[in-house]
Design a binder for this molecule. Structure first.
Ligand SMILES: O=C(O)C(=O)C[C@H](O)[C@H](O)COP(=O)(O)O
Length: 209
């Protein structure tokens, strides 16, 4: 199965912020127990590189990628650690081109027609749409899908169990991203069963579509 199929099958891509790489394995296992086998570990914290490496090496069933990647240096670190994909909040040609040169799947953030055209001209047909709730959500993605036939979005920002179904059933949405499945407080307090429970709830919502 290729990576994009893994995204489609998962339906949701948890956006994970880890303060301590020691929490990475338990978090990955909690997600897997809840039926989600894709995760994005963000470079918002210094623990990201080590956390990605731990999951890549010790949790082979998990497709682990790097999020909040804003520089080529972070791309390098993520790739060395074993990240299988890169997600960036915006479109930075240096980041995108580095990933393409290194055959690493990249989801750049694109919310305007010009950014989408930059992605398409490089052969990228799945992009992040962030922050979805601010940039017009479903209506905006629907309008953009008119001219950009076949384009797929991974909307992120303001998505949770309450609006997951609405987003996920749109034909132009490959998967939705969000932090609601893995809150910083659940991770910090070791409430991994709660993470599993939220994943199961999300999978049930997706199964009902
Ligand atoms: O960290 C990144 O790379 C981002 O671009 C932003 C995240 O994807 C969103 O902040 C998640 O949004 P929430 O689910 O509303 O918390």
């Amino acid at each position: 199965m290729d990576l994009m199929e893994r995204f489609s099958n998962a339906g949701v891509v948890p956006v994970v912020v880890l303060e301590d790489a020691g929490q990475a394995l338990s978090t990955a296992r909690a997600l897997l127990a809840g039926g989600i086998d894709v995760m994005e570990i963000t470079f918002r914290t210094d623990a990201a590189r080590d956390a990605i490496q731990i999951v890549a090496e010790q949790c082979p069933d998990m497709l682990v990628g790097a999020g909040t990647v804003c520089s080529v240096e972070q791309c390098r670190q993520a790739a060395e650690a074993g990240a299988r994909f890169i997600v960036s909040p915006g479109f930075d040609p240096c980041v995108v081109d580095w990933c393409l040169e290194h055959e690493l799947t990249v989801l750049p953030g694109c919310v305007t027609p010009s950014e989408i055209m930059e992605a398409l001209s490089r052969g990228i047909s799945t992009v992040k749409f962030f922050p979805a709730s601010i940039y017009g959500g479903l209506e905006a993605m629907k309008a953009l899908s008119g001219p950009f036939v076949g384009l797929q979005f991974v909307p992120t920002g303001g998505i949770n169990a309450a609006n997951l179904a609405e987003y996920a059933k749109a034909p132009f949405v490959r998967a939705v991203g969000g932090s609601w499945l893995c809150s910083r407080s659940d991770i910090a307090q070791g409430r991994f069963e709660h993470i599993t429970e939220l994943c199961r709830q999300a999978k049930n919502i997706l199964a009902g579509l």
